[in-house]
Design a protein around this ligand. Structure first.
Ligand code: MRU
Length: 350
């Protein structure tokens, strides 16, 4: 792979991240050495995408453990509690963040032998990282079973290698279809306000030679009405138990446009993004970000000075608009309360 969004450099206890704020103009790597730096990088979207922020947070816990490796057990526990709290506060919507921190916490919370904690947490963080790669491959393999030979996709935001450890979810499906010999074309929503589609998804598809076009978000209904779009596929930050899906703002609009044009709308979701504790989309906290993301582009004002703006970063697509949720255990179909529960059982029995 020509770039890697996230990589643990074990010799120096460093998390290396590609700086997604400056892509595609610059491919710049940052080396983060403290939990606080990682929490900041998640908050300011240096690293972004639900799976990637979960992995980054896991290494943030490891850093805290390594820096208190020689401290008494109580000090180590309080450092880990603090690191856990700081990382949990970094972004609210993507459940992968909390899922990864819960996995790490299961290792440290009741540790009887604190001397072994850094090594145990290292193993768990690496497992979270490696699982992500395997899960993404399995999601693509499930999706390939339903794709026609010639396939035109619609995609929103960035859900590729930059948003995960490797390959990605929805964008991973598009890339995998291309690599498997399908005749692929992808329309990429630019994804205002942060432009992850224009900046990041196009960067990735150019890298892998996948034919595509960036379109403005408002063009999706028109393109679906006038072009042959076979499938819309997006990623997600949290799936509620009933199949309502929180994802990047504009996903709901895309799903409405797809419904009106009989384009099947699919969501690619690792099981780690399905939150069985959240009954429906209304219970998902939607992050609200700085209004300057709306009134400026790349730091350049596009609105009158002091213009008010409102900037919800995610929306909820109701389950009735979703044809299927593609997981590593197969494709869940409506009614999702039942099919997602069946996937969870399959996962528990695996
Ligand atoms: O605000 P972002 O860029 O972190 O939002 C990312 C998305 O909405 C993705 O679609 C989602 O996290 C899935 S990434 C595999």
């Amino acid at each position: 792979m020509a770039f890697r969004a996230i990589e643990w450099l074990d010799d120096s206890d460093t998390l290396q991240l590609i700086d997604q704020k400056v892509l595609p103009q610059q491919v710049r790597y940052l080396e983060l050495n403290t939990t606080a730096e990682i929490a900041r990088a998640i908050h300011d979207m240096t690293v972004r995408g639900a799976p990637a922020i979960g992995v980054a947070a896991a290494f943030g816990i490891l850093q805290a453990a390594r820096s208190f490796a020689d401290a008494p057990a109580e000090e180590m526990q309080s450092a880990l509690q603090q690191a856990d709290a700081v990382l949990r506060a970094s972004r609210p919507t993507a459940v992968n963040l909390f899922w990864a921190l819960d996995r790490m916490k299961a290792v440290w919370a009741d540790a009887t032998d604190p001397a072994n904690l850094p090594a145990a947490l290292h193993r768990e963080a690496l497992a979270i990282e490696e699982d992500d790669i395997a899960v993404n491959r399995a999601i693509s393999a499930e999706a390939l079973k339903i794709l026609p030979q010639k396939v035109t996709f619609f995609h929103h935001c960035n859900t590729g290698s930059l948003a995960t450890v490797d390959l990605g979810t929805a964008l991973g499906i598009i890339r995998s279809a291309h690599e498997a010999g399908h005749e692929v074309f992808a329309y990429l929503d630019e994804t205002r306000p942060r432009l992850q589609g224009a900046k990041l998804s196009s960067f990735e598809l150019l890298e892998f030679g996948v034919p595509h076009a960036i379109v403005v978000d408002g063009a999706s209904a028109h393109i679906m009405r006038t072009q042959d779009v076979d499938i819309a596929v997006v990623g997600c930050d949290r799936v509620a138990a009933n199949g309502d899906v929180a994802n990047k703002i504009g996903t709901y609009n895309l799903a409405l446009a797809a419904a009106d044009n009989d384009v099947p709308f699919y969501v690619a979701a690792p099981m780690s993004t399905i939150d069985f504790a959240t009954p429906d989309g209304d219970a998902i906290e939607i992050e609200e970000r700085d209004s300057a993301e709306v009134t400026e582009i790349n730091g350049h004002a596009i609105a009158p000075p002091d213009a008010p703006a409102f900037n919800p970063a995610f929306d909820v697509t109701p389950n009735r608009l979703i044809a299927g949720i593609i997981t590593e255990y197969g494709i869940a179909r409506p009614p999702f309360t039942d099919s997602l529960a069946a996937m969870r059982t399959a996962q528990q029995n695996a």
